[in-house]
Design a protein around this ligand. Structure first.
Ligand code: PLP
Length: 350
């Protein structure tokens, strides 16, 4: 069998429940462009999960979801405040600016992936003159790019700040399920109840092949979003194949089961790394990521053994667990890392 990687949770495949839902959706014909029963069922399922009447749209991937959601909250002369390691800032090739016709991302300090609210307020109030792109949206990622999770209280503070300055809140929820699994709170407590206007809910990393939901809790804000999706090439004609996966994930709370599993595996991985002598962990493991420091030579040796490991945030190396990570996969990678560390220690003694 091919070895399972830890480079990202999107190395994983499609989970069985999603595959089954796709297969069911594939039986026969259905009305195109989102008028089908699967899309209706997925949207209703989300309204149940979030316990509110929200507007739901499906797009292909996370970049499209974030960019279109953000552009719909903005005029082209507005600015969007995000963290310096935010996916929208570092990994979307300028798509949020492109789709909003020039709205500017203002990235501020974040610590462990969480916005520094003093820096956010400074960015909002620094200038009020006409020459400065007018701050209009605060964008946060839950769970964060650093594998941490905003608490309900922290989100409450962001809401207070947004209210004070009349800002919208956008949430990048590529790993939203991992945050819910980690906090063990109802999804509404970390979204519309804390002022989130629009959530981009990721399904891909949590067991789907593609298809992310854009959920507007502020229904007025959703007005004409369908046109924006169409214009951006994001209105799938066979929409059911983007929405049926979510039906598979929502049924029997598979989305939470998958996320809980990934989170638990990350905790297990972290302990296993500690046991073989990894000392410097960079962020707390609150979701499905583990960040730690190791010598480049050790990383190179791991790469020779066939492991793909990304180093990015803060120069740390990142390992991610997915819905399908098994204890034996952890044994495999940690076993090889132990060997690589030993090789390194041996060579440095010579
Ligand atoms: C994976 C990810 C996305 C979505 O990325 P796409 O490759 O565009 O699907 C968005 N935000 C974060 C934080 C992610 O990790």
């Amino acid at each position: 069998m091919r070895m399972k990687q830890f480079a990202s949770d999107n190395y994983s495949g499609i989970c069985p429940e999603v595959l089954r839902a796709i297969k069911e959706a594939n039986a026969g014909h259905a009305i195109p462009y989102g008028e089908d029963e699967w899309t209706q069922k997925a949207a209703d399922g989300l309204r149940e999960v979030f316990e509110t009447d929200c507007e739901v749209f499906f797009v292909f991937n996370g970049t499209a979801a974030n960019s279109l959601a953000i552009s719909h909250c903005c005029q082209s002369y507005h600015s969007v405040i995000c963290g310096s390691c935010g996916h929208i800032e570092t990994d979307e090739c300028g798509a949020p600016e492109f789709f909003s016709n020039g709205a500017k991302l203002l990235h501020v300090n974040s610590s462990g992936g969480k916005l520094d609210l003093v820096a956010v307020e400074d960015a909002i109030t620094r200038r009020v003159d006409i020459h400065y792109p007018r701050p209009h949206v605060i964008s946060i990622t839950q769970s964060t790019e650093c594998g941490t999770v905003y608490t309900v209280e922290e989100l409450g503070s962001i809401r207070d700040l947004a209210l004070k300055h009349g800002m919208h809140i956008h949430m990048d929820g590529a790993r939203f399920a991992n945050a819910v699994a980690s906090l063990g709170v109802p999804p509404k407590n970390i979204t519309w109840k804390v002022g989130v206007d629009v959530l981009c809910l990721g399904n891909t990393k949590n067991g789907a092949a593609a298809g992310e939901a854009v959920i507007f809790f502020d229904k007025d804000l959703a007005s004409e979003f369908d046109y924006r999706c169409k214009q951006a090439g994001q209105l799938a004609s066979k929409m059911r194949f983007l929405s049926a996966p979510l039906c598979g994930l929502l049924k029997d709370d598979v989305w939470l089961k998958n996320a809980r599993h990934a989170n638990a595996m990350a905790t297990r991985l972290r302990s296993a790394l500690k046991e073989i002598g990894i000392k410097e962990f960079v962020f707390p493991t609150e979701a499905n990521a583990v960040f730690f420091m190791m010598d480049r030579a050790v990383a190179d040796s791991m790469s020779e053994k066939g492991w793909r490991i990304y180093d990015f945030i803060g120069g740390a190396y990142r390992l991610m667990c997915a819905w399908d990570t098994e204890p034996e996969d952890i044994e495999n990678i940690v076993g090889d890392l132990k060997l690589s560390l030993a090789e390194r220690a041996g060579s440095s003694c010579k």
